[in-house]
Design a protein. Structure first.
Length: 321
C-alpha cells in the first residue's frame, strides 16, 4: 500500500465496520448494527475513485491548516508568507493540494487499527518546512479514535480537522437533537474569515448548550464555536441523537470546533446506500485550533516546529441507545 496509490482498509469490531481510504486519510464508510442491519452513519462516496475529486472534503483529514486563512497569507519575520489560495482569495483546508487531496501511506495494524503517514514537503501550498504527519485510527466497540501527530522541521502553522459528515439517519439532519458544550463563537466576515472578535452564544441560534433540534433551513451554521473552558474533558463535548435510536458522542482535546450544517452540499449522485448527497444531509463537527490564528495575534498560536510537535486526539462513539 505505497504512498501515492489509492488503498483501502476495513476495520471491524462486532457489528461495527469502518472503511478507510489512503486518499486524504479519509473515512469512506462507517456502519453500525441497528436492529440487525448495518446502518451507514456518515456521508460518503460509494466509489472510492470519487475521492480524487472530493469537493466537499468528505471524511478527510484537512490541513496543514483546517478552515480558512484570510487572503492566503500570514505575517512572518522577513515579510508575509504567501500561500496558494483555493477559496477565492483565501486558503481553505490547506489548499487545493492539502492533506485531504493527497494519497497517504495506509497500513493496517490488526483488525481494529490502521495508520496513515505522509511527509509534506517544504513549500507545499506555500507553507514553510517539511512536516511528517501520522494519523492512527482505532476502532473499539462503537467508538473510533483519531490520534493525529505531526513533526515539523521548521516553524510552520499546523491545525488539523477530521471532516466527517455525520448522517445518523436517512432524510437529513433536520430534527436531530444536538448538544454542544460551547459558550462562545468566533466572529467571521461574509467570506468566513475570522475577524478576531469573540461573542457569547447566549440564547442565540448557535446556543446548543442544552440539546435542541437542528433546523438547517431556518438556522444554517458554518461557524467556529469555542468549548466552555470549565468543561470536564472526561465528558463528551458534543452529542447528537436521531429518531432511529442512534446517538453520537464526541470527545476532543481542541479549544473549539467548526459546526457546519452541510447546507452547501449537492445535490449529487454517488452516495452510500440510504445516504444521498444533498443539502443538510449530514452534520460536520470539526474540532481544531482557532481558524485564521496566524493572522490574529489574540488567538492561541498554532505554530509548530522541531521543539513543538503537534498532537490532537478525537474520539467519536455512535451507538444505539
Amino acid at each position: 500500500m505505497a504512498e501515492g496509490q489509492m488503498a483501502q482498509v476495513v476495520l471491524r469490531d462486532g457489528g461495527v465496520s469502518v472503511t478507510l481510504l489512503s486518499r486524504g486519510a479519509a473515512m469512506q464508510d462507517w456502519r453500525v448494527d441497528l436492529n440487525g442491519r448495518p446502518e451507514p452513519v456518515i456521508l460518503g462516496y460509494a466509489d472510492p475513485a470519487a475521492y480524487a475529486r472530493n469537493r466537499w472534503f468528505m471524511g478527510a483529514i484537512v490541513g496543514r491548516v483546517a478552515n480558512r486563512i484570510g487572503d492566503a497569507r500570514y505575517p512572518r519575520q522577513g515579510g508575509p508568507q504567501l500561500l496558494q489560495a483555493n477559496d477565492g482569495k483565501h486558503l481553505l483546508h490547506g489548499g487545493a493540494g492539502g492533506l485531504w487531496a493527497v494519497d497517504w501511506l495506509l497500513e493496517p495494524d490488526g483488525p481494529q487499527r490502521a495508520r496513515f503517514t505522509h511527509r509534506s514537503p517544504d513549500g507545499a501550498m506555500g507553507f514553510p518546512g517539511a512536516v511528517t504527519f501520522t494519523v492512527t485510527v482505532t476502532l473499539r466497540d462503537h467508538a473510533v479514535t483519531w490520534d493525529m501527530q505531526a513533526r515539523a522541521e521548521a516553524e510552520t502553522p499546523i491545525s488539523l480537522a477530521q471532516h466527517n459528515y455525520y448522517a445518523l439517519a436517512g432524510g437529513g439532519i433536520a430534527g436531530q437533537r444536538l448538544r454542544l458544550d460551547a459558550d462562545r463563537v468566533l466572529d467571521r466576515d461574509a467570506a468566513g474569515i475570522m475577524t478576531g472578535a469573540i461573542h457569547p452564544v447566549d440564547g442565540g441560534p448557535l446556543d446548543y448548550r442544552r440539546a435542541r433540534p437542528l433546523s438547517p433551513a431556518k438556522a444554517p451554521a458554518d461557524d467556529f464555536l469555542l468549548f466552555a473552558p470549565t468543561r470536564d474533558p472526561a465528558l463528551p463535548v458534543a452529542e447528537l441523537s436521531a429518531g432511529n435510536g442512534l446517538r453520537l458522542r464526541m470527545w476532543s482535546d481542541q479549544p473549539g470546533a467548526q459546526l457546519y450544517t452541510g447546507h452547501g452540499m449537492g445535490p449529487a449522485g454517488g452516495g452510500l446506500p440510504g445516504r444521498p448527497l444533498a443539502p443538510a444531509a449530514g452534520l460536520c463537527i470539526e474540532p481544531s485550533g482557532y481558524p485564521n490564528a496566524p493572522n490574529r495575534p489574540g488567538f492561541p498560536s498554532i505554530l509548530c516546529g522541531p521543539e513543538r510537535p503537534y498532537r490532537q486526539r478525537l474520539t467519536v462513539e455512535i451507538a444505539p441507545v
